[in-house]
Design a protein around this ligand. Sequence first.
Ligand SMILES: [Zn+2]
Ligand SMILES: [Zn+2]
Length: 148
Amino acid sequence: MELNKYRKSKQRQKILGLLKSTTKHPTASWIYEKLKPEFPSLSLGNVYRNLKILVELGCVQELKFGSTFDRYDGNVNPHYHLICENCGQIKDIEMRQETALDRKVEELTDFRVRNHRLEFFGLCEACVPSNGNGKAWHEPVFSAEEYE
Ligand SMILES: [Zn+2]
Ligand SMILES: [Zn+2]
């Protein structure tokens, strides 16, 4: 990582700290609202610029959903996501990435796969109707330790 390429920035350090401390996968404007009281001169443009640098440095993962819907993740280990179509909540899945999938795609195509992203869409536990037809939410099968 070429950390020297960019001048050390207190705001950027704060943004990184914020992202490392939450599992919310926040948007840039969420981060902006959180830091505004501490950094009154902060602009949303600053936040976007710093996020871009953090992504470039590999400190933060960007989940592209289109402009203002982009979400940021302090967890840079490869992992899959659950996305609630009702409330927009994004959660990590404690499950290893299926690297075998990369090889399978390479076998089927001439493409050299570097990585893949996988998102599962549906309803989070808070949004599943309680009078649903017995489809109860269940805890992830894999433990957090194994995931490390
Ligand atoms: Zn939900
Ligand atoms: Zn994540």
